[in-house]
Design a protein around this ligand. Structure first.
Ligand code: BGC
Length: 259
């Protein structure tokens, strides 16, 4: 059976998750598959798992694109940074590696960019025309910037240096867990971080994603910002959905350029 749906695959620190995405609805077309991220998460080991995910959805048509997210900067199919993943990713030509292996069109993007695209198309920032920043609070802080619906890729604002410290090391949700901070204590750090973001970029809207966003009632009301700040809506589906959207867009672009 062929569904014609693009496949989105989200590579995270603990799990690699994928599903075909119905782009009309912004929903998974089938139940998501999750496989543990290998303990030593080198590109080769992760590619093996990605291939298993693709095999599982063997009805993915050969002309359906696959979008894959990576928690690092991805420029022209090459991974450039690896703050919270195995350093062997740096310099890896991941898009080419996966295309050769899977014999599919593959588009590899930064994880926060993908989550932002998901939220912009179908979630908390749906249809927003202004300057929107999505942040994901997890092991690190991922960011995605949009102006008039256009993504500025690889923004990496989780690494803003604040008081001599890489922001994500003090304000990611991993810092809350590591240092056993209460929500009010953590919110003080988020206040400093988001205030800096709004002072530098003057967004119209900030969307807060990442697993902890399900508890946003515990910390978002404690923040005092000029900018409207709201929780993400698609929860842990955003990356998969956004990756599928981006992959489809790039495939269409490539098609236009070759005809
Ligand atoms: C990485 C980003 C990534 C974010 C969330 C940061 O440490 O530098 O590329 O988007 O973590 O995974």
């Amino acid at each position: 059976m062929s569904t014609g749906h693009p496949l989105g695959i989200d590579v995270g620190g603990s799990g690699i998750k994928g599903a075909p995405v119905d782009l009309d609805k912004g929903e998974f077309a089938q139940k998501r598959l999750r496989i543990d991220t290998p303990a030593v998460s080198t590109p080769e080991a992760v590619c093996d798992v990605i291939a298993q995910v693709v095999d599982h959805f063997d009805e993915v048509r050969s002309d359906s694109p696959i979008g894959v997210t990576i928690p690092g900067v991805v420029q022209h199919g090459v991974v450039k940074t690896a703050a919270n993943i195995d350093k062997s990713w740096i310099g890896c030509e991941i898009e080419k590696l996966l295309e050769d292996r899977l014999q599919h069109d593959v588009v590899v993007v930064n994880d926060a960019d993908a989550a932002g695209v998901g939220e912009l198309h179908y979630g908390a920032a749906k249809g927003h025309e202004g300057l929107v920043i999505l942040t994901t609070l997890g092991t690190g802080i991922g960011t995605a910037i949009f102006n008039r619906g256009v993504l500025v890729p690889n923004s990496e604002l989780g690494h803003l240096e604040i008081d001599g410290v890489d922001a994500e090391t003090m304000a990611a949700s991993s810092a809350k867990t590591r240092e056993e901070l209460t929500y009010p204590q953590w919110a003080e750090r988020l206040q400093v971080y988001y205030r800096r973001l709004e002072d530098l970029l003057w967004p119209d809207l900030i969307v807060v994603g990442g697993g902890v966003s399900k508890d946003s009632d515990e910390f978002l009301p404690l923040l005092d910002l000029r900018t409207k700040i709201i929780p993400a809506k698609l929860k842990n589906k955003a990356g998969i959905i956004g990756a599928a959207v981006l992959a489809t867009g790039v495939q269409n672009e490539r098609g236009r350029h070759t005809t």
